[in-house]
Ligand binder design. Structure first.
Ligand SMILES: [Zn+2]
Length: 132
């Protein structure tokens, strides 16, 4: 039995699905727009060395942003899976219920706050789930 009510779980699931669709639509749209020739398009029209460096930087930043979105999409998929398997709302590390406030702010949170902080301290905050 989850700490969350059926109604709360349904609401979270709905929000996650909406977010997932928005991310999927955006990622798909960007992918089509890029079509593998994005870098050439930007860099191909520049002349000086500094412009070329800027094009490289712009491409890198764009990839980083897409990486974060892909990661967010992955986290949503995981959260939906936990909802489907009735493990949503419980810390994947210690098994204790995750505080409702934390889930409200970060519906994809898979760890309770102490475990999240513990992980960030150990692994240098590589996990993108913010601690609250
Ligand atoms: Zn925990």
């Amino acid at each position: 039995m989850s700490v969350l009510s059926e109604k709360q779980l349904k609401y979270i699931e709905q929000q996650l699905r909406i977010n997932r669709e928005a991310l999927q639509t955006h990622l798909y749209g960007v992918e089509r727009a890029m079509d593998g020739e994005r870098y050439v398009d930007i860099a191909g029209t520049v002349h000086s060395q500094s412009d070329e460096s800027f094009a490289e930087l712009a491409t890198a930043l764009s990839n980083a942003s897409l990486g974060r979105e892909a990661e967010a999409l992955h986290e949503i998929e995981e959260a939906l899976h936990r909802l489907a398997t009735h493990s949503y709302g419980y810390c994947t590390d210690c098994g204790k219920p995750i505080a409702l406030e934390r889930l409200r702010s970060y519906p994809t949170a898979k760890r309770c706050r102490p475990c999240q902080l513990n992980k960030e301290n150990r692994y240098g905050g590589k996990d993108s789930t913010p601690s609250l």
